[in-house]
Design a protein around this ligand. Structure first.
Ligand code: NAD
Length: 474
């Protein structure tokens, strides 16, 4: 299967997607090693995970080169690669404490002679299916706590960005105890389907359309499906906010990673009294944003990682213009050196019937909509099938929070935007079509991988059958 380079448009890499038989074989290998992995003390698993973190540090360069080719961007690739050892160490250090805290040994019960214990029993084989927008982060975010919990892990990154898999597997190979229970595999949609059939718990990150298919397949296989899907995050800028600083942070929260982030701000509702200074500042700042072309070492945003995404975003912009919206900056996807780029596109006079306001964009596009009444802004922000995250900007955190609590979203950034990707301990659920299942952040990120087993110990005489007889003494 050919893989396209996002900066050149050329097919300069290829993968051999695993078919269902190969996926089953890999699952069998991992399953065979999992009992020994889970039999280790949590501290022993942690020590092994720390060795993996060291191997990742030692392999930084090849990982970074591969991920940069995968995504066409360098700074965010550095953040992904350099963040991985920290994520591994964080879960390695947290897991033993959390496991101890949630396990119960020989506790009293309401029955004087009965004691009970609670054991945390990990799902044997965890599976992850990841998208292309943050390839390393989203391939490892769930697998690391699953490993710390004692699961084996089978991970399928996106076929759009597979170059990092080989160097990452080299880091895994440096730690034989881990290599026995962790595998990143090359593959496409069919490989993903086979993975769902091979594992005991699946975490899927990607689009709603594919998420539905995974949920249906998981239901048939009778395994839990933890879904992290798309979003259409609103930002509400209240009248008390400083319009210029709000514009700057809206721009950042919207266009970082070329807007290819689930938690990107994709709709901005601004109080009409500060609408004009906000829009002026936004347009001025957006005009200064540089593409990382031709020099990848310069610039603020990169190409579309998945070329066809550019056409999808262009269609949304064109439809908005045809329906009466006004484009101030950007507006046209450019092909430069074979890659597809879009400068930040600020759109005014957008309405809720336009795709650019209603559907996920996944590009650097900022529709700005004025509101007269906060109630109306809240209603418009909630008028979406998505409920991933949101942002509210005001002069004080208290004022912003009074609006935030009324938003139908799993996480709301107060006086900032898109903070879910930065704050790993804030538990959050995805509302509506944005997802299903426990939080991947915070303690739930680990605890979701355990089933609870109760050991109920009778220390006295067991009840005789006669205790249940119709004529037993009351
Ligand atoms: P996608 O749904 O097209 O693909 C995601 C993964 O699913 C890929 O690995 C793909 O090979 C696999 N896949 C495709 N069909 C499958 C099937 N039938 N069964 C099993 N696996 C299958 O998503 P994408 O375009 O790669 O990623 C972009 C989407 O991901 C956006 O909608 C974005 O919002 C979402 N996303 C969500 C989060 C979050 O945390 N909520 C984070 C990042 C991205």
């Amino acid at each position: 299967m050919k893989v396209i380079n996002p900066r050149t448009g050329e097919a300069d890499y290829q993968i051999a997607p695993l078919d269902a038989t190969a996926v089953q074989a890999e699952a069998k290998r991992l399953r065979a090693a999992q009992p020994a992995w889970t039999a280790l003390a949590p501290e022993e698993r942690s020590a092994i995970l720390h060795l993996w973190a060291e191997a990742v540090v030692a392999h930084r360069q090849p990982l970074l080169e591969a991920l940069t080719l995968d995504t066409g961007r360098r700074r965010i690739s550095e953040i992904e690669v350099d963040g991985l050892p920290g994520t591994i160490r964080r879960w390695a250090d947290l897991a033993p404490r959390l496991i101890a805290q949630h396990s119960r040994d020989n506790q009293p019960s309401a029955h004087p002679t009965v004691r009970n214990s609670t054991r945390l029993v990990p799902y044997p084989l965890f599976g992850a299916i990841a998208p292309w927008n943050f390839p390393i982060v989203l391939s490892t975010i769930d697998a690391i706590p699953a490993l710390a919990a004692g699961c084996a892990a089978l991970v399928k990154p996106s076929e759009v960005t597979p170059r990092f898999i080989a160097p990452l597997m080299e880091t895994v190979a440096k730690v034989p105890e881990l290599a026995a229970v962790l595998s990143f595999i090359e593959g496409d949609a069919a490989t993903g389907q086979a993975l769902v059939d091979a594992v005991d718990y699946v975490c899927f990150t990607g689009s709603v359309a594919t998420g539905r298919k995974v949920a249906e397949a998981a239901a048939r296989a009778f395994i839990p499906a933890n879904l992290e899907l798309g979003g259409k995050d609103p930002m509400i800028v209240l009248e008390s906010a400083d319009p210029v600083s709000a514009a700057h942070l809206a721009l950042r929260a919207s266009i970082v990673a070329t807007g290819q982030a689930c938690q990107s701000i994709e709709r901005i509702y601004v109080a009409r009294t500060i609408y004009q200074p906000f829009l002026d500042a936004l347009v001025e700042a957006a005009q200064k944003v540089r593409l990382n072309y031709p020099d990848i070492a310069m610039g603020d945003i990169g190409p579309f990682i998945f070329g066809p995404q550019g056409a999808k975003v262009q269609a949304q912009i064109d439809e908005a213009v045809a329906m009466g919206a006004k484009v101030f900056t950007g507006g046209s996807v450019e092909t430069l050196g074979g890659g597809r780029y879009l400068r930040p596109t600020v759109i005014a006079d957008a309405t809720s019937d336009m795709g650019v306001v209603r559907d996920e964009t996944f590009g650097p596009v900022l529709p700005v909509i004025a509101f007269d009444d906060v109630e109306d802004a809240i209603q418009q922000a909630n008028d979406s099938v998505y409920g991933l995250s949101a942002a509210v900007i005001a002069a004080t955190a208290e004022e912003a929070e009074s609006v935030a609590v009324r938003l139908e979203a799993g996480a709301v950034s107060i006086n900032d935007g898109s903070m879910t990707s930065m704050v790993w301990d804030a538990e959050n659920s995805s509302f509506k079509l944005s997802g299903m299942g426990p939080s991947r952040m915070g303690e739930s990120g680990l605890l979701r991988f355990f089933r609870l087993q109760a050991l109920i110990r009778q220390t006295g005489a067991p009840l005789p059958l006669a205790a249940y007889a119709e004529d037993a003494p009351r």
